[in-house]
Structures are given as C-alpha cells and as structure tokens.
Design a protein around this ligand. Structure first.
Ligand code: SF4
Length: 350
C-alpha cells in the first residue's frame, strides 16, 4: 500500500485490510473481487491484484512462509528491489538496502549525485551508496530512518535543511544545490478531458460495467461518454447512451462533478442520474454489451474506483441514506468522500 501512497492514507486501509485478511492464507483464498473491494478508493489497483497473486504463490509454492531472502522476495509479483529490501530488513532483520523515491532523493543530495534515475549508471550508483551505508545490525531501523527523513525533511521542493540532522555532511546543502538535486525526469504534457458519467437506474438496479482496462481491471464502473460540448452536456447524453444499448426514460439530472488525475490526464467528470432501460434487441431487452444491472443495495460491497465510490455515495444520499461500506473507516466510501476534489491518482506503473 505504501508504494506511491502516503502513509497516513495507507494506514486507514491497512488496518481494515488486515481485519478482512488477517494472514497470507486468508488473502490467497479470497476472490479477486473481494480484495479489490477492500482496496476501493486507494488507487493503483494493480497493487491489490499483484498482492493477491503473491499470496497465492507463497501459499501454493512456498509452504505459506514469506521468504526472508531479498532475491527470492523479488520473484513475487509487485516486489521490486526496494520493496524486497524493506520487507527483508524491517520484517526479518536481514541487512538489505531500500531505495524508494524518498531514500533516493536523500542520497542524491547527501552525496551530490546528479543525473536522472532513469539512467542505469545513476541508479547503480545510488544502490551502491545505499549498500555501502547499510549497517549490519538494525538495518530495518536505518532504512525506515532514511525513508522518514525523505518524507518529512528532505522534501522534493523546499527541503527543511535547518532541521536536518545530517546537514553538515550534505553536499547539496553545503553547495546550495538542494533545488537542483536530484535531477527530475521530464514530465509528459498535461492533457485535460471532460466527460459525462451516468448512473442509469432501472427499478432498484443500476447499470455497471466490469472494467477491463489495465488501470482499473476488475473494478466496476458507471457508463462514461465524452462530453459533446457542441450540444450541451445533458442534451447529448441520450444519443450517446443509445449507442451503448441504453434507452433513457427521463432526462439526465446533474448530481455532481468530480475531478481526478491519471498519470498526465486531468479528468473532469460531470455526474448524471437518469432512469433508463436496456434498448430492445429483437423481441427482448438485454443488458447492453459489457454491462450488467446490479441491485443498488449491492453497490456498497462492490470493488469501485474512487470516482465510483463518489457516485455511489451521491446515489445513496439521493435516497436519504449515506452509503455504508461494510467494515469501512470513517469518511471513506460514504458521502464524506464527496468533498474530495482529487479522487485518486494513478501512475504509469499501473
Ligand atoms: S540537508 Fe537538506 S538537502 Fe541535505 S539531506 Fe538534509 S534535508 Fe536533504
């Protein structure tokens, strides 16, 4: 959970996750849908899928024992060199270095190492430094100390050097190069998108699709269509939905707006509620291809993205009752989440 996510956010999910899956066997036994449901709103859903796959390998091939050896750890899905070092050193006391983003920034400034981490030579040098510094004993504490230093003092912008306990040895501080180091990789240009996301209700059911995209695979999504600015948001929707196989019975009603980021995309979603049904195909009405009708009461138990949670919360509020996710921490996945502007961020890694 801590890969790409701040500790205070991950902590809320972590406790709930451990209550639901208290050990590796429980996680290995669980269906992917159940694991994703516990991850709903945390983003980077590939992590949840990989974690479950890793648990299954540990149970089925490694006798249920999580390996202590960093090299063996790296054979598990989702475990790279830095995560392997963190698990080995913090959980098992095995001396192994960590080089996450925070540690790399500290080491780059401390030793004045320039150049992008994307260059193999720079990455090798940072790993060598991390290995050289690593103490034989209490390497887990050492690694956590470095990670904490990067997270709290050696910040990406405006590091808090006067409070830093290692400033006297820091090359970047002494040479006034803290803003230059480490070299940042060029960012792709930001792309803005606007779209309409529609909760189509038919009786007590709502229309959802199971996402197959690489970012949200396995999660349920509400139908989304690009906004046709030329005809106005709501007016273009019936025709767009008809192309998906849905006929609306009532005009779509706007119920909210959500903004979130995926890599370099800034997405604004105008959220609508409408009453509709599957379009006739031949003599019968069938669920539109790729979609299914789900009872509204089941929404709280499904794996949903942050945006999906927000819409589910709005629908529940519209019925006068906040969404109650089972075993969910306060302010998560109910109407409390509706105030968050940025719902979730997803990295290219996913
Ligand atoms: S002195 Fe400043 S730049 Fe150097 S490690 Fe400490 S916080 Fe980072």
């Amino acid at each position: 959970m801590l890969q790409q996510t701040r500790a205070e956010t991950a902590l809320r999910y972590y406790r709930r996750f451990l209550r639901r899956f208290p050990d590796v066997r429980a996680l290995a036994r669980a269906p992917e849908t159940a694991v994703l449901a516990q991850w709903s709103g945390l983003g980077y859903y590939a992590r949840a899928r990989r974690l479950r796959r890793a648990a299954r390998i540990v149970v089925n091939r490694l006798g249920g024992e999580i390996p202590k050896d960093p090299t063996l750890l790296q054979t598990l899905p989702g475990v790279g060199g830095s995560t392997a070092g963190a698990i080995a050193s913090i959980a098992f006391g095995v001396p192994a270095p960590v080089l996450d983003g925070n540690v790399a920034r500290v080491l780059s400034r401390l030793f004045g190492i320039g150049g992008s981490r994307r260059r193999a030579a720079v990455e090798r040098r940072l790993w060598r430094v991390a290995e050289t510094l690593l103490p034989e004993r209490q390497s887990g504490d050492w690694n956590q100390g470095l990670m904490e230093l990067g997270a709290t003092l050696c910040l990406p912008r405006r590091p808090r050097c006067p409070a830093c306990p290692i400033r006297q040895w820091c090359v970047a501080f002494r040479s006034r190069r803290t803003e230059e180091l480490p070299a940042s990789a060029p960012r792709p240009a930001t792309v803005f998108e606007r779209r309409a996301v529609v909760a189509v209700i038919d009786g007590g059911r709502v229309l959802l699709a199971r996402s197959e995209g690489p970012l949200l695979a396995g999660l349920y999504e509400f139908p989304a269509v690009p906004l046709d600015e030329s005809v106005g948001a709501a007016r273009g929707l019936p025709a767009s939905l008809r192309r998906l196989g849905v006929e609306l019975r009532t005009p779509p009603v706007p119920i909210g707006v959500a903004r979130h980021s995926i890599v370099n995309r800034r997405i604004e979603s105008q959220i609508f509620r409408a009453v509709g049904h599957a379009a006739r195909r031949g003599a019968k009405r069938r669920s539109p291809s790729g979609f299914r009708w789900v009872p509204l009461g089941r929404l709280a138990r499904l794996p949903l993205s942050g945006l999906g949670l927000r819409i589910a919360g709005l629908l529940a509020e519209g019925q006068g009752q906040p969404l109650r996710r089972p075993d969910r921490p306060e302010g998560q996945g109910n109407s409390g989440g509706a105030r968050r502007r940025t719902i979730e961020g997803v990295s290219p890694e996913d």
